[in-house]
Design a protein around this ligand. Structure first.
Ligand code: FAD
Length: 443
């Protein structure tokens, strides 16, 4: 059996490793447009900020290691420019070899999503960056290491915008973050996001809300960013983080069904509408596990799981992907915010009847040193089924949201939250854990 994989990072590399485990004989070829495979996208901001010092740590697998360990033919700097599901072939453009065709028995697509670059005047300036991969990271890192680079403007207050604002600040720059909407981090409801926003401000990040970039100009080593309000900002570097769009232009005329925003449509076995073509990761449309709507959730956990499931199905195992619930977490300096399931805005938009409670328990027993409060918001339906949760605090936020994410996965209720028996000793929690407390408050 010959399996081709397009994309060599989260979804693609997971699919490749799983395929090899399931089938020792299969010929597996993985195409990656960039020079690197299997790098730690999620670690890139922290390398720029300096918490990760060693660049080589970002390279989780090299093509050579992947070949040696899994016997996978990894072809970097090889872009798949079109696919032909009718004749079961793809066309590849390689830097040295030029253009050639490769046939397949099964094809797994994991091309990911690319940063949106709005069509604004002056956007071509070499000082305006986006962040997706190692080459982007190298450019940003070398720019901020220049002595003259003192300030940065970050455009967009999503996960990558906030992580980059923090890390550019950590790298010693004066940072201004511009957000078109009224709140940062739309995975959270406004009152929870505002706590994270305050932490950013307390740590010296200047925040500008409800304003939009109109264009840029480059002058004498600086970029001038003009906003709709008339405000003008000057910085040596601009980071654009206004969201991502599926990297699926090469599939336009392939007969593959795409959604309205270019996402590949797949069923629960990650199969596309074309025989033996599978797709996974940021490029696909998924079902929202909580509310059943179609959505797209560009996160690493879902991409890895889907890669594995696609490989299972190539090998006839028939496993299924049951949807994404958007469990996510962000560090804003000392503070952590985490969320899972639907937020209140989404439930309101979809007219789903729900209740909301807030609790503010301590991260661990208050008599043991170092306890800090956690603000926990819980959303549940009329029958008590848990629909979503968000938490912000300095410590222990991750495990509380992970507990609730697990309960949501098993379609559990607020009573289930009260019944969870969780690890407790004073340095870690309380006999009534914050998750139990949320359940009690909700019952
Ligand atoms: P990718 O990992 O993007 O891989 C797709 C690969 O396909 C790319 O390398 C691309 O070059 C290649 N490719 C595309 N088209 C072609 C083609 N035609 N031919 C050949 N190759 C092609 N998620 C989290 O859950 N937590 C985090 O903390 C987090 N932090 C992030 C931080 C940053 C800076 C970024 C950029 C992303 C972060 N993410 C995070 C998101 C996460 O990285 C993605 O959800 C995940 O990588 C998606 O996997 P994928 O396989 O779909 O796409």
């Amino acid at each position: 059996k010959k399996v081709l994989i397009v994309g060599g990072v989260a979804g693609g590399a997971s699919a490749a490793a799983r395929l090899r485990r399931l089938d020792e004989e299969a010929e597996i070829i993985m195409f990656e447009r960039d020079p690197y495979i299997s790098f730690a996208n999620c670690g890139l901001p922290y390398y720029i900020g300096g918490s990760i010092q060693d660049r080589s740590k970002l390279l989780v697998q090299t093509p050579e290691a992947m070949n040696k360990r899994f016997n996978i033919d990894v072809r970097t700097q090889s872009e798949v420019v079109s696919i032909d599901p009718f004749n079961k072939k793809v066309r590849v453009q390689n830097l040295e070899l030029g253009s050639y065709e490769e046939s397949y028995d099964a094809l797994i697509l994991s091309p990911g999503a690319k940063p949106i670059r709005p069509d604004l005047p002056g956007i071509q300036s070499s000082r305006i960056h986006t962040l997706r991969n190692i080459p982007d990271t190298d450019k940003i890192k070398s720019r901020i290491q220049e002595e003259a680079t003192r300030s940065a403007v970050v455009i967009g207050g999503g996960f990558i915008g906030v992580e980059m604002a923090e890390n550019l600040r950590e790298a010693g720059l004066a940072v201004t973050l511009i957000q078109a909407g009224q709140q940062l981090l739309t995975a959270f409801d406004a009152e929870m996001a505002s706590v994270l926003a305050k932490e950013l401000e307390d740590q010296g990040v200047r925040l500008i809300f409800s304003d939009k970039v109109q264009g840029f100009e480059e002058t004498a080593g600086q970029v001038i960013t003009r906003l709709a309000s008339g405000m003008v900002l000057q910085s040596e570097i601009v980071l654009l983080a206004t969201g991502v769009t599926p990297d699926t232009a090469f599939l336009q005329d392939s007969g593959l069904q795409l959604g309205p925003r270019g996402h590949i449509l797949v069923n629960e076995r990650m199969q596309t509408n074309q025989q033996d073509v599978y797709a996974v990761g940021d490029a696909v449309q998924v079902v929202d596990f909580v509310n059943g709507q179609t959505t797209a959730i560009p996160l690493a956990g879902p991409a890895n799981k889907q890669g594995r499931i696609a490989a299972d199905n190539v090998c006839g195992l028939g496993t299924t992907y049951k949807g994404s619930q958007g469990t996510s977490i962000i560090k804003a300096f000392g503070l952590t915010g985490a969320a899972t399931g639907s937020n209140e805005k989404t439930l309101q938009r979809l007219n789903i009847a729900h209740h909301v409670i807030y609790v503010h328990p301590s991260s661990h027993a208050s008599y043991y040193p170092g306890a800090t409060p956690i603000s926990l918001k819980l959303l549940f339906d009329q029958q008590g089924m848990v629909l979503g949760a968000q938490a912000v605090g300095y410590d222990g936020v991750d495990k509380r949201i992970d507990d609730i994410a697990t309960v949501i996965r098993f379609r559990g209720s607020v009573t289930d939250l009260t019944e969870l028996e969780l690890a407790y000793a004073p340095p870690y929690s309380s006999a009534k854990d914050p998750v139990n407390m949320a359940g009690y408050a909700a019952e």
